[in-house]
Write a protein that binds this ligand. Structure first.
Ligand SMILES: [Zn+2]
Length: 340
């Protein structure tokens, strides 16, 4: 079983991890950074399997070099895969945050010896969601790590963590998926036609899980239809002076429901991002089917207001995830966009 080769597009991080394993230089804490849905958590679990497998295999990897892999079949591998290994501990946000109680419970577990693992692995998924209190409690464990224990934290970027936590972790960056990779996965793995795949991939911002979730969503046809409206709406906001009536009507339409609003924000963000990216690396834009329009707008608007627009969208995303009122959140974001 090719445990690592099932993780797409992450050859470099996997090579770094297998080198740490082969050289017996695994640190106490690793931090995996990268956008959501690129394989950080899957890789954490695969590495926990590797560190505890009793029947390691050398299998030829994508680059044809034999690569060490966990077997996937021994008792340890099976337990980890099914989420039943007592020494592989996964901490995730409960709601919006990872709270102090979760870290206190973890500390109690870590005070005991591992049950059976060669290397106990604590995976803190979405570590950016640690409250300050929880982050500080975790820091105590990182400062004096219990022996035979590896911490793996995952987060979108380094700056999402407390600097003290960051300084105790070895960082491994995970790549976003390229537009072309996402398009071909949606086409070959999910039967999408080329145009639809291109639109979904553009909205996904480099995240495989976002692309596939959107593709499977019951709102899929809506996204494809709404994309044009959303892009026209953003262009009106940033390029002309929209009337208050238009702004409030748009807020009402966006705030239809939570899922729809969040997906619409991905479209808006991907569009604003492309307007910035076009200035530096036009070949890296996501919305490639609309290159002419991106070129025209990008050349007529400065970078800074676009970055402010992206920040307004980020804030709205956070507010929605924290269950703020949808319509008010939409109105605040749109007012900021219109001032861009
Ligand atoms: Zn195994």
């Amino acid at each position: 079983m090719h445990v690592f080769e099932n993780i797409l597009n992450q050859n470099r991080p996997i090579r770094l991890l297998t080198t740490l394993f082969n050289n017996k230089t695994i640190p106490h804490a690793l931090l995996f950074t990268g956008v959501k849905g690129v394989g950080k958590k899957r890789c954490s679990i695969a590495f926990a399997m590797l560190c505890n497998c009793t029947d390691l295999r050398f299998l030829s990897g994508i680059d044809d070099e034999p690569r060490i892999n966990p077997c996937g079949h021994c008792s340890s591998c099976k337990k980890i895969k099914s989420g039943n290994h007592p020494d592989i501990i996964i901490i995730e946000p409960s709601g919006t945050y990872i709270r102090i109680d979760q870290i206190r419970n973890l500390c109690r577990l870590l005070a005991l010896k591992p049950h059976e693992a060669h290397l106990r692995v604590v995976i803190i998924s979405d570590a950016q969601a640690l409250t300050t209190e929880a982050g500080n409690a975790l820091l105590k464990e990182l400062e004096e790590p219990p022996s035979g224990t590896l911490f793996i934290l995952t987060a979108p970027q380094k700056s999402d963590l407390l600097p003290t936590v960051l300084s105790r972790s070895q960082v491994i960056g995970f790549n976003p998926f390229s537009l072309n990779d996402l398009v071909s996965i949606l086409k070959s793995g999910h039967g999408a036609n080329h145009n639809d795949a291109l639109i979904m991939a553009a909205m996904a911002g480099g995240s495989l899980s976002t692309a596939t979730t959107m593709w499977k969503s019951k709102n899929r046809i809506d996204f494809i239809r709404q994309r044009k409206w959303l892009i026209n709406f953003v262009n009106t906001c940033i390029m002309s002076e929209p009337s208050p009536d238009m702004l409030f009507a748009s807020a009402l339409r966006l705030a239809k429901n939570k899922e729809f609003f969040l997906d619409s924000l991905k479209v808006i963000k991907s569009w604003l991002r492309d307007l910035v990216i076009y200035k530096y690396s036009p070949e890296k834009i996501f919305n490639k089917d609309m290159t002419d329009e991106i070129k025209e707008i990008s050349e007529n608007i400065a970078e800074e207001p676009l970055l402010c627009g992206i920040k307004a969208v980020d804030n709205a995303q956070k507010k929605i995830l924290a269950n703020s009122a949808l319509r008010l959140t939409a109105e605040i974001m749109i007012i900021k966009l219109a001032r861009v």
